[in-house]
Design a protein around this ligand. Structure first.
Ligand code: PMP
Length: 366
């Protein structure tokens, strides 16, 4: 059995891959592949509408939010967001919480479109920083946050930070959240967010699709130079069929959504994800060899970076993991060490196999 701990593109549920394989050259008796269908055909329309509807059901998306199927990935949205939200002011200000590598990239990209105010940036990316009200601009177009830092393994929901008193932005402030690496892993309170975006290649499906959820009243704030294919209002008005959408990636996402519904939905996934993450963090914390640098309060349930106290064992660790069928555990190049990404599709058996291998390795080599 192979378990793939890649941060993305990442493991997909085997049932989804089997169904896609069966339907590869002939989608449900229509004679052609999904890849070959016109995006204006009635067959494709079924796939498209079902995927949109299932996504809404899974996350209980309120009626005043539009779900958009776009392209360009998470990094694309770093430019697309300011292009869509900074049209109302001459010298727009964007607030950014820099809590890891991905929000740092968002801040960097926003400089081309707005004045950037860094609300908070911890010295080390091991916590989600406190963001008191006085750190926010009074007239920012929006405040950007990455709610799960895929590289540094720091996770937060604005609703939780607000409840703790660690998020001082008034409720009327527009929060834009990059949820690329934990969307669909737990329920979210949409009323806390104006915009949510996520690339598909982690918890949604395969690369090529980016999902954007936008509150209705934010659709008319685009700059005049926003490209039409990236203009949320235009895309929303055409139900994500303004131009050719990434049809095959949407089809795969649709299969994943059906799989999630069969698993009991996002609340059931959240419970499973908590158990998986706990098992891995408990193993790390109980060990003399492994350690995690992230403050336990903010440890991601999806991306678990960890280190070996003896760096010289890294290569042997990766070899032993590979031998046990545990792939892609090498940490991001900026951090080193290891990282286990345990998205929805990773079964508890995969995490059990990992912790067993980690314990054996420690006994043998340390
Ligand atoms: N944001 C986050 C949180 C990510 O994890 C990633 C990709 N790992 C990105 C943005 C960039 O996404 P893409 O490669 O799809 O542009």
């Amino acid at each position: 059995m192979i378990y793939n701990f890649s941060a993305g593109p990442a493991m997909l549920p085997p049932e989804v891959l089997q169904q896609a394989a069966q339907e590869m050259s002939d989608w449900r008796g229509c004679g052609i592949s999904v890849m070959e269908m016109s995006h204006r055909s009635s067959h494709y329309d079924q796939i498209h509408q079902q995927a949109l509807a299932d996504f809404r059901t899974l996350l209980n998306v309120p009626a005043n939010y539009r779900v958009l199927f776009m392209q360009g990935g998470g990094l694309g949205q770093n430019a697309i967001v300011p292009l869509n939200l900074c049209g109302k002011q001459r010298d727009a200000i964007v607030d950014v919480v820099v809590s890891g590598g991905w929000s740092a990239k968002s801040a960097q990209e926003a400089h081309a479109y707005a004045r950037v105010n860094v609300v908070a940036q911890p010295e080390k990316f091991t916590v989600f920083p406190d963001c008191p009200s006085e750190r926010f601009s009074t007239n920012a177009a929006y405040a950007h946050v990455c709610t799960n830092e895929t590289v540094h393994g720091v996770e937060v929901l604005i609703e939780d930070a607000r409840a703790r008193g660690a998020w001082g932005l008034a409720k009327e402030g527009v929060v834009v959240a990059d949820m690329s690496s934990h969307i669909l892993s737990r329920p979210i309170d949409f009323t806390q967010y104006g915009v949510i975006f996520a690339g598909a290649q982690k918890n949604i499906g395969c690369a090529g699709l980016t999902i954007v959820v936008v509150r209705d009243d934010l659709l008319d704030r685009a700059r005049a130079d926003c490209p039409s294919a990236f203009h949320w209002q235009t895309v929303a008005a055409q139900n994500s069929l303004y131009n050719t959408p990434p049809t095959y990636a949407i089809y795969i996402a649709g299969l994943v959504f059906q799989w999630l519904l069969k698993q009991g939905g996002v609340a059931a996934m959240a419970a499973r994800n908590q158990v998986k993450a706990q098992l891995l963090y408990d193993t790390i914390d109980a060990s003399a060899l492994y350690f995690s640098s992230v403050d336990p309060q903010f440890r991601s349930r999806m991306n678990v970076p960890f280190f070996l106290r003896n760096d010289n064992l890294n290569a042997a660790f990766l070899d032993a993991a590979k031998e046990a069928g545990l792939l892609s555990l090498k940490g991001h190049k900026s951090l080193g060490g290891m990282r286990a990404s345990i998205y929805n599709a990773m079964p508890i058996e995969g995490v059990r196999a990992l912790v067993e291998m980690m314990r054996h390795f420690e006994q043998r080599f340390f």
